[in-house]
Design a protein around this ligand. Structure first.
Ligand code: 5GP
Ligand code: ZN
Length: 113
């Protein structure tokens, strides 16, 4: 989708702080982090939400989320981890390109997830 900011970021047309990239996904740091290291998994193909993403891609995204959470916990020394995925305005979705939030949690942080 030509007017989608996450399509442009995932495709590399807009530079981003990239933690990981493969043929299907790019993982970037969130512009407005809830905690240190808050990142987003973006598929390179445009799907608006969980309802649109094919099961195979959703499964790949979840496997990647597990790998990223494990590596980030090791790298950051965080105490826990939230994986959040919003669908629809009422659920807090603000960018309508499927994404998963990777949110490291630290003892005593005040993140209102
Ligand atoms: P949502 O509310 O849709 O689940 O999450 C959207 C997330 O994308 C927010 O946490 C917001 O900070 C982040 N975000 C919005 N625009 C940009 C951007 O241009 N670059 C990056 N890195 N993050 C963005
Ligand atoms: Zn998109």
């Amino acid at each position: 989708m030509s007017d989608c900011i996450f399509c442009k970021i995932a495709g590399g047309d807009i530079p981003s702080a990239t933690l990981y990239e493969d043929d299907d996904f790019r993982v970037i740091l969130d512009l407005g982090p809830a905690t240190k290291g808050h990142a987003l998994i973006l598929p390179k193909h445009h799907y608006a939400n969980l309802y649109e993403i094919p099961e195979e891609m959703a499964a790949k995204a979840m496997v990647l989320a597990k790998k990223m959470a494990t590596a980030m916990t090791e790298a950051l020394g965080c105490d826990g981890f939230n994986i959040v995925q919003n669908n629809g305005e009422v659920a807090g979705q603000t960018v309508f390109h499927f994404h998963m939030h990777l949110i490291p949690r630290y003892n005593g942080d005040q993140a209102g997830i």
